[in-house]
Design a protein around this ligand. Structure first.
Ligand SMILES: O=C(O)C[C@H]1C=CC(=O)O1
Length: 93
């Protein structure tokens, strides 16, 4: 099941710079692992924002929630999720 996910990241300026650097590095490693595993097939930066648009390929909304809430930057994200279904007019290969 595919989900369209927008993540807006707001890290408070008062957060310790070392903690920020560590969290961003951990987030990157986790994002790369999840992409390699196939559950995060699309990851795009939104131009001009500390935000991304992603496609996740998971079995349930519960699985997606578990995954998103495990991201190191989750406490600093506003996340909007849209479940996707097949469009009846989509050209099939
Ligand atoms: O940078 C972001 O958009 C937040 C998050 C998503 C992937 C990643 O590496 O960090």
């Amino acid at each position: 099941m595919l989900f369209h996910v927008r993540m807006d990241v707001t890290i408070p300026p008062e957060l310790d710079p070392d903690v920020r650097t560590r969290l961003v590095a951990e987030e990157r490693e986790r994002a790369l692992d999840l992409q390699r595993s196939g559950v995060w097939p699309q990851l795009w930066r939104i131009v001009g924002k500390y935000s991304n648009i992603s496609i996740f390929d998971v079995t349930t909304g519960d699985e997606l929630h578990t995954l998103l809430s495990s991201l190191p930057l989750f406490p600093y994200m506003t996340i909007e999720v849209t479940a996707l279904a097949t469009h009846p007019s989509k050209l099939m290969p």
